[in-house]
Design a binder for this molecule. Sequence first.
Ligand code: MG
Length: 230
Amino acid sequence: MVRAVLTDIEGTTSSIAFVKEVLFPYSKAKIPQFIKERQEDPQVSRLIEEIRVISGQNLDLQGVIDTLIRWVEEDRKVAPLKEIQGMIWEEGYRRGELKGHVYEDAYERLKEWHKKGIPVYVYSSGSVHAQRLLFSHTQFGDITHLFSGFFDTRVGGKKIESSYRKIAKKVGLTPEDILFLSDNPDELEAAHKAGMKVIRVAREGENEMIDGFPHPQVRSFKEIPDLEDL
Ligand SMILES: [Mg+2]
């Protein structure tokens, strides 16, 4: 029986288009001003140093800005970029310039599971900080109370089996007790190998159903069976 749910964000609870068409362009546009204004801030200056180390070059400030923008364009999963984006998005959410996108069917189901006392955890390549920001400023308001915990790639990569075992251990369950939801076939395969139950969410207009996919696929959270039946 499923005792907990672990969910991806992008393509699963939220649209990929939101990240690609709203969040990424927003951070890209704000990076130059952010770096120039906040370079003396200890947290930011530490991140600037990290960027110089990763790039292997003694970049000046403009070089750091150009590198960050290139990383956004290449969708690089680099820790200092993720942290800087998180800080930029935070300002955007606080100012009301950004609203986190969550599909209504996901919101309804998350509420239902919460009501039934089923813990729901998030596992996304966006930092835990960015995850919390998104869910605390959605079109439904702050919905972070619907989640029992958040995981990012600091626990390990999403296509790596051991990451799912680590998450199960951290939440005090066996992988078999957990249902993992994602749009990504490789992530689902890794979670399945770790022992989790998996369902692929293939949102209309965002992801195609895969012929012969070895696990169940749904178009929305509405189609996910009752957890007692899994
Ligand atoms: Mg995804």
